[in-house]
Ligand binder design. Structure first.
Ligand code: SF4
Length: 510
């Protein structure tokens, strides 16, 4: 179906085989990728984000050059499963299981449908499982959802019966003979995760009220997967979620809409709710959304408890930003970050290297600019032709894509023919950026931030011991948690001997 004729703002189903089969909910086995994906085949490439204990942690892909206990991490549940389990009752859900657990479930003989959710890099595994489920275990239909459905792999349409586009609570319900569901009826699961920063673990609550994105960055899969984004959840459902977060001892809430728009009506209402519950917050957003109401808007956010914004910087080169339809430029970024500094809103960032106009030298120059902006953490990736995006079609048309091993389409590998950068060099660049920007040994600004936080934490300990009530927002700002006795690294922030570091090269300063 052409993008123009697809339903907007709601999930939809692409039927490969229009069977009209409606299984009973209990006859459906739903699984994510297993955490031992590709182990059987001896694959030794990066597995980007699945932890051994069955959680997703995007930081795990980027080990830094300091001891493991100080590595930043956010271990979260699989959002897809968490939402479906709560809103589509009946199927058996396997969340980041072991491969043997999936096979054991199939062997039980109680399922007629296998439903898989997958990213592109998981598709080779999903294809094998779909084939095996049908051939060896009598599964009648196999369904696929998640961003992986957009993968340009012809076997997907040979092996799967249905593809679920967009967010699937309603379409899954209908597929199982249940009533459809509007976004405003969706119940929000408890997404309480463990976050580690500066060696302190805290309980952090993740919160959505709107999924998808209305922007059109050419490299991004979101506008294709669910064009226009989804309608919003109900404020009442969000209130109930916050109440439970508060009861469960959540210290701060991370707003995880792809692009939090805090000044829209619903956004304002939810930020007022966070304030009412005394919950400081951080959020994923764009420069466009964050600055929509100028300095006054950002001050309002800071007053309501915003302590950190996770921004899609992606590049500091205006050519890259304008060609990829990012709605910002270097001047706008640097001015916004200065205002954030004044308001004590910290920045973390996502950043892409190896745009077509990048060279090793231009990336090196941008590294200095990024270091000057002083993000507390930056998630680096290599530009990837995300399937179905304008970026993908452009590269495909020009014959630039040269590595079709989808296991490597993680953002950690260069899978296309860059004019000046080779695949190994791209990976070195990411490691070098990680060291320069994310490691206090080499990023003086980050080092000062760690030392400042260390002093603040000491003062707060003293105030706590003296019997003062500690302000929640100040606690979140220093990632202080009374249950944690962990100490910050030694003043010199040196990696301990015997700890494996992320690179063997001598890093340069930011
Ligand atoms: S703003 Fe972010 S989520 Fe939205 S299209 Fe751009 S990169 Fe994707």
């Amino acid at each position: 179906m052409h993008m123009e004729t697809r339903p907007r703002r709601t999930g939809w189903v692409e039927y490969i085989n229009k069977t009209d089969y409606v299984p009973r909910p209990e006859e459906v086995l739903f699984t994510t990728a297993p955490r031992d994906i590709y182990v059987e085949e001896g694959y030794d490439g990066d597995i980007p984000c699945i932890t051994d204990d069955g959680r997703l942690d995007w930081f795990a892909h980027h080990p830094l050059a300091y001891p493991e206990e100080y590595q930043p991490s956010v271990k979260s549940r699989s959002y897809d499963i968490a939402f479906l389990e709560l809103n589509v009752p009946g199927p058996t859900y396997l969340e980041l299981p072991l491969q043997a657990e999936i096979i054991a479930a199939l062997e039980s003989g109680q399922y007629k449908v296998l439903a898989i959710t997958a990213y592109t890099w998981m598709i080779p595994w999903a294809l094998k499982l779909a084939e095996r489920a049908r051939r060896d275990y009598g599964i009648r239909e196999v369904w696929l959802g998640g961003y992986g459905i957009m993968t340009p792999e012809p076997k997907i349409r040979q092996l799967f019966d249905r593809l679920f586009w967009g967010y699937a609570e309603s379409t899954m319900r209908e597929a199982l003979g249940l009533s459809p569901m509007k976004p405003s009826q969706i119940e929000h699961p408890m997404l309480i995760n463990e976050s580690t920063y500066l060696a302190h673990k805290i309980k952090i609550g993740h919160l959505f009220w709107e999924r998808g994105c209305t922007q059109r960055c050419t490299f991004c899969a979101d506008p294709v997967f669910q064009p226009g984004g989804e309608g919003t959840f109900s404020v009442e459902n969000v209130r109930r979620t916050l109440e439970r977060y508060k009861e469960e001892g959540v210290v701060t809430v991370h707003l995880v809409n792809q692009d939090v728009r805090p000044f829209k009506d619903v956004g304002r209402q939810i930020i007022e709710l966070l304030y009412e519950y005394g919950l400081p917050f951080t959020m994923m957003t764009s420069f466009l959304a964050l600055t929509a109401k100028g300095h006054d808007g950002m001050k309002w956010l800071a007053d309501k408890g915003l302590t950190m914004a996770q921004l899609g910087v992606e590049s500091l080169d205006d050519t890259n930003l304008s060609k990829s339809l990012k709605t910002t430029n270097y001047d706008h970024i640097s001015k916004t970050v200065r205002q954030m500094d004044d308001l004590r809103i910290r920045m973390s960032a996502t950043y892409i290297v190896c745009f077509e106009d990048d060279t090793p030298e231009s990336i090196h120059r941008s590294k200095r600019l990024l270091g000057d902006l002083g993000p507390i953490y930056t998630y680096f990736s290599i530009l990837q032709p995300m399937p179905s995006t304008p970026q993908y079609y452009d590269m495909h048309k020009r014959g630039l894509i040269n590595d079709w091993d989808f296991r490597k389409w993680t953002g950690g590998y260069l899978v296309w023919d860059h004019p000046t950068i080779k695949p190994d060099e791209a990976r070195e660049i990411v490691r070098d950026m990680d060291l320069a920007i994310n490691t206090p040994q080499y990023n003086q600004r980050l080092k000062r931030e760690w030392q400042r936080i260390s002093r603040m934490r000491e003062r707060m300990h003293e105030r706590g011991r003296a019997g003062y009530t500690l302000d929640m927002r100040a606690r979140a700002r220093v990632y202080y948690h009374p249950q944690s006795d962990a100490q910050l690294p030694a003043a010199e922030f040196s990696a301990r001997s015997g700890i494996q570091t992320a690179t063997t090269r001598t890093p340069t300063t930011a």
